[in-house]
Write a protein that binds this ligand. Structure first.
Ligand SMILES: C[S@@+](CC[C@H](N)C(=O)[O-])C[C@H]1O[C@@H](n2cnc3c(N)ncnc32)[C@H](O)[C@@H]1O
Ligand SMILES: O=c1cc(-c2ccc(O)cc2)oc2c(O)c(O)ccc12
Length: 234
């Protein structure tokens, strides 16, 4: 049997063929051309694996539509797959605050944002997420004002982001966390996990336990992409 630690790829389904089936049958036929272009541009980035999985993106778009989300926030933009997906999905007068420390990656996707005519919806903040969130919280108008949040940055800070999101997202709003199954390693014996994966595996294990006990949100963990956890703010 191949070592568990070497079988690292996007998608947690029990075979790559099953994921391919899902992508080819349901996801890619409905994926906007501009998102395909973002994927193409991102494939030239050495860390292209970080982009949100298209099948998780499709679920996020559905949640945005179901909740009529208008004011949204994203932590972890990279080249903009989830950002463009959100901007294409919310209404023309919707807004996204998009936070990332890395402006270069954001600028790789910027031509697509301009081409899609969605730049007016986006407020990109180049900053460490915690300080940007604390600044937002200093302004009372921001509290309880967001319909939707997507968190996809440093896994070590997820609990800190969660506390701030609970202040920023309205009751009835949605917070989605990416990578909550961390390539399936959360369920592997530690000795089978590649050393480089261990720190984030540990952060995610702790975060999952914390969320499971958090009565301020109703949750569901969905084994799509790298695992996403959907929280409904109670
Ligand atoms: C997994 S990628 C985001 C992928 C993106 N959602 C997409 O669809 O392509 C994580 C991003 O988080 C950013 N990041 C990591 N730590 C951060 C921090 N403390 N504050 C802000 N951004 C951070 C990285 O620069 C990186 O671009
Ligand atoms: O391989 C990764 C790494 C990250 C990551 C690591 C450290 C940070 O400070 C931020 C992000 O995130 C990933 C991710 O979100 C993903 O979907 C796949 C792979 C990775």
């Amino acid at each position: 049997m191949a070592s568990l630690s070497t079988s690292i790829s996007k998608g947690l389904l029990h075979s790559p063929e099953l994921r391919e089936y899902m992508l080819e049958t349901v996801v890619y036929p409905r994926e906007p051309e501009l998102l395909k272009e973002i994927r193409l541009i991102t494939s030239n980035h050495p860390r292209c694996l970080m982009a949100t999985a298209p099948e998780a993106g499709q679920l996020i778009a559905l949640l945005l539509k179901l909740t009529n989300a208008k004011k949204t926030i994203e932590i972890g933009v990279f080249t903009g797959y989830s950002l463009v997906l959100t901007a294409l999905t919310i209404p023309d007068d919707g807004k996204i605050i998009a936070i990332d420390i890395d402006r270069d990656a954001y600028e790789m996707g910027l031509p697509i944002i301009k081409k899609a005519n969605i730049e007016h919806k986006i407020n990109f903040i180049q900053s460490s997420a915690l300080s940007a969130l604390d600044e937002l919280l200093n302004k009372n108008d921001n509290r309880g004002s967001f319909d939707f949040a997507f968190i996809d940055a440093d896994k070590v800070s997820y609990q800190k982001y969660h506390e701030r999101m609970l202040e920023l997202v309205k009751v009835g709003g949605i917070i989605v966390y990416d990578n909550t199954l961390w390539f399936g390693t959360v369920a592997m014996p530690e000795e089978c996990v590649k050393e480089t994966m261990k720190p984030n595996r540990q952060h995610i294990i702790e975060f999952n336990k914390f969320l499971a006990a958090d009565t301020r949100v109703q949750i569901s963990q969905v084994p799509i992409g790298d695992g996403i956890t959907i929280c409904w703010r109670l």
